[in-house]
Design a protein. Structure first.
Ligand code: GDP
Ligand code: MN
Length: 397
């Protein structure tokens, strides 16, 4: 689950990470009130208006603007709230901004060259360990740094038996080229950041930029955070952080009915039992020149009701031009699955406008194929894997 910058900063602050302070607003009145309150609390006269959407690169897309007066807070918020923000990380059509964060300006006016760093904490899946990735080249996207100056990206891997050791945190400050009071501040910042990452069961924290002010403060100016969905059951406090408007509506619906659905870009809808077979099916579709529209694991019980729910979910995606059902009938016999498909098809009547290719392999697969062929529905039966792929390709041509 991804959260908004303002929510991520609240989580960070709880663990003692210094963050750029801010107050959210969903209309211009609230924005001006937030700015006045921030001036009272922090003394800042300049404010930053920051669009709250689940995407980075907001600055480049015009979703982050400096306001030098309350009038500017008002006019800038008026522009940003309701705007369709397009950044390199949003879908091409952009994302609608419903909320802004009015934040204190932490870049001192007149300061010639504020130092910005990049710090992230993430799970290294190949070693199974958490690591801190960091760079003195903050403020720009890390992909560009990786391409142009890869030697300026450092990593520190954390042994789960010992946790982040003090010398590792100091090593990070050292490699970032920091000295004096700021060295200690950065070391503390890194330690608190890592603690927060562990405590929140996150899989990604990305703070870009981390700012070092001329008076040696270390501040998280931005915060991107991904929380581990599989650990959310032990964080009831994070339930309210979910922003459904940022999630794929089909995925939300699937979750409600207990199906594992992931939306993809292609045109072939897939209904499969078992995650491994689902992955193999997507490969097969790719190999035969198609492109999967989704990942859907219907699990062990492929009965009529479940198949129907699956069809309905898949068909909500307008890009779907054909559906490939690929089910291995082990305990659940193929003839039962076939009957389930036929029944679901009949229930849905003319809601199904795309051809369905069904590949049933396993117990009673021959019987299943006969059942489907005799049903006279717009369903094409196959037994072999490549036979199914070929038939998908044929209907797409
Ligand atoms: P992103 O574009 O989505 O990554 O959003 P960020 O929160 O990282 O902000 C983008 C850029 O805006 C930062 O790299 C800063 O250069 C600038 N910025 C953010 N906060 C402030 C601030 O308080 N004062 C000034 N002057 N610039 C800021
Ligand atoms: Mn950023």
């Amino acid at each position: 689950m991804n959260v908004h910058e303002y929510q991520a900063k609240e989580i960070l602050a709880e663990s003692g990470v210094t963050v750029q302070r801010g107050i959210t607003a969903s209309n211009t009145d609230q924005a001006v009130k937030a700015a006045i309150k921030l001036t009272e609390d922090t003394g800042t006269k300049i404010h930053v208006v920051k669009a709250q959407v689940h995407a980075g690169g907001r600055g480049k897309g015009g979703g982050i603007k400096l306001a030098k007066s309350l009038d500017e807070v008002k006019s800038i918020s008026d522009n940003i709230i309701g705007m369709n923000l397009v950044t390199p990380q949003t879908p091409p059509e952009g994302k609608k901004v419903n909320l802004v964060l009015i934040a204190e300006d932490v870049y001192y006016p007149g300061e010639s060259d504020p130092e910005e760093f990049y710090v992230s904490v993430l799970l290294n899946r190949s070693t199974g360990r958490n690591m801190i990735m960091y760079s003195p080249e903050g403020g720009m996207d890390i992909e560009t740094v990786a391409e142009k100056t890869p030697h300026l990206i450092y990593t520190e891997e954390i042994d789960p038996n010992y946790g982040l050791l003090p010398f590792q945190a100091r090593n990070i400050s050292f490699n970032l080229g920091i000295s004096g009071i700021a060295f200690k501040e950065m070391t503390k910042f890194i330690t608190c950041l890592y603690n927060s990452y562990l405590k929140s069961d996150a899989t990604l924290f990305e703070i870009n930029p981390v700012l070092k002010t001329s008076d040696s403060k270390i501040i998280a100016v931005d915060a991107k955070m991904t929380l581990d969905d599989n650990a959310l059951f032990r964080h009831k406090e994070y339930e309210s952080l979910r922003d459904l408007s940022e999630e794929n509506p089909i995925e939300i619906e699937a979750k409600e009915v207990g199906l594992n659905y992931v939306d993809l870009d292609g045109n072939v809808g897939c209904m499969v039992n078992g995650a491994g077979l689902a992955m193999a099916t997507m490969d097969l579709i790719k190999q035969s020149g198609g492109s999967p529209a989704n990942f859907l694991d219907v699990g062990g019980t492929a009965d009529a009701e479940r198949v129907e729910t699956g069809f309905r979910l898949i068909l909500r995606d307008p890009a779907v031009e054909a559906i490939l059902v690929n089910i291995f009938g082990g305990i659940v016999r193929c003839d039962r699955v076939a009957n389930g498909i036929i029944e679901a098809y009949k229930n849905m009547g003319d809601e199904i406008k795309v051809p369905i290719i069904v590949r049933l392999q396993g117990t009673n697969s021959g019987l299943a194929k006969d059942l489907i062929e005799k049903s006279k529905l717009n369903v094409i039966a196959a037994i072999a894997f490549d036979e199914a792929a070929e038939k998908v390709q044929k209907v797409l041509l």
